[in-house]
Design a binder for this molecule. Structure first.
Ligand code: ZN
Length: 299
């Protein structure tokens, strides 16, 4: 691991005035935090091991995977409506749920993903995507925060997009009430996988500086708001319970979970669910939701 020398979002060098946090450094200039020290290849390999996305698809028990599929379907419809004609690039395409939903609407699609297990996937960074194809939209759905050079990726998206093309970004919101409340234990910090940590203002200011006009900001469309509350509340209980791992299928867990701890974590989650839902319902209208979704257009 090596120390981060500069802000992953604005590039300002870290010095004595930077804000030192647990495993991250806050930037005084733009307000972003950078995971610090940066994870090395071995740590990332372990963090993205087979447990993260097991073969055969599906990561979650209960309705988790179905909910993921449904929200991607809604995003595909929205994107198809607001983007000009042309192909769509999904950076960090995961299992391809969004691509499938877009293809079903007649869109030409390409996904970037580690390992690239599908014909319409490319294993590479956005810099490897061919320019001049008149991309209609570029999507960073909970992927921007995983990239080692997130700002360079946004600028590359600006170069790829046709004039009027649409940029979609969904990321955790460090300005949320849940982020403040749970602090270093907030689920959506997700270190070491997340390398940059943004607030709504930091994100939208950066997009404006890079030639985008922000047209919509939503704390509902980005999803994953209730789970941020629920995992935080469960982790606040004594006994080291871990709801997020308990919700995952056995082959999609970081480490084995004893049946007793799994049941205790799920039971605590069930009991605390109304409180978590209330927290999410309170922070969203205050525009301090746990995640943020931004639609911006290249100008
Ligand atoms: Zn910065």
């Amino acid at each position: 691991m090596r120390p981060a020398e500069a802000c992953a979002w604005c590039g300002a060098p870290f010095d004595g005035g930077s804000q030192r946090l647990d495993r991250r450094t806050g930037c005084r200039r733009c307000g972003a935090a950078t995971t610090d020290p940066r994870p090395d290849d071995a740590e990332l390999e372990a963090a993205y091991g087979d447990w993260y996305r097991p073969a055969g698809g599906g990561r979650f028990n209960f309705a988790g995977d179905a909910i993921l599929g449904r929200t991607r379907g809604l995003l595909a419809r929205r994107l198809d409506e607001i983007a000009p004609p042309g192909p769509i690039l999904d950076v960090g395409a995961g299992e391809g749920t969004l691509l499938d939903a877009l293809a079903a609407r007649g869109r030409e699609v390409t996904g970037l993903e580690r390992g690239a297990k599908r014909g319409d996937f490319v294993d590479g960074s956005i810099e490897a995507v061919r320019r001049g194809d008149g991309w209609a939209a570029v999507v960073f759905w909970h992927s921007l925060e995983h990239l080692p050079r997130p700002r360079a990726a946004i600028r590359e998206a600006a170069r790829l997009l046709a004039p009027g093309g649409v940029l979609i970004v969904a990321v955790p919101n460090t300005g949320s009430i849940q982020a403040r409340l749970f602090g270093d234990r907030w689920l959506h910090l997700d270190i070491p996988r997340h390398l940059v940590h943004l607030s709504t203002a930091t994100l939208t200011t950066g997009l404006g500086d890079d030639g985008f006009r922000v047209e919509a900001v939503s704390h509902l469309r980005a999803g994953q708001v209730v789970i941020g509350w629920l995992a935080g509340l469960v982790a606040s209980l004594p006994g080291g319970l871990d709801l997020y791992q308990a919700l995952r299928r056995p082959e999609a867990r970081l480490a084995p979970l004893t049946p007793a701890r799994r049941i205790a974590s799920l039971a605590a989650g069930a009991i605390l669910l109304p409180l978590a839902a209330a927290g999410a319902a309170a922070e969203i209208p205050l525009r301090r939701g746990g995640t943020v979704y931004v639609e911006a257009r290249r100008i």
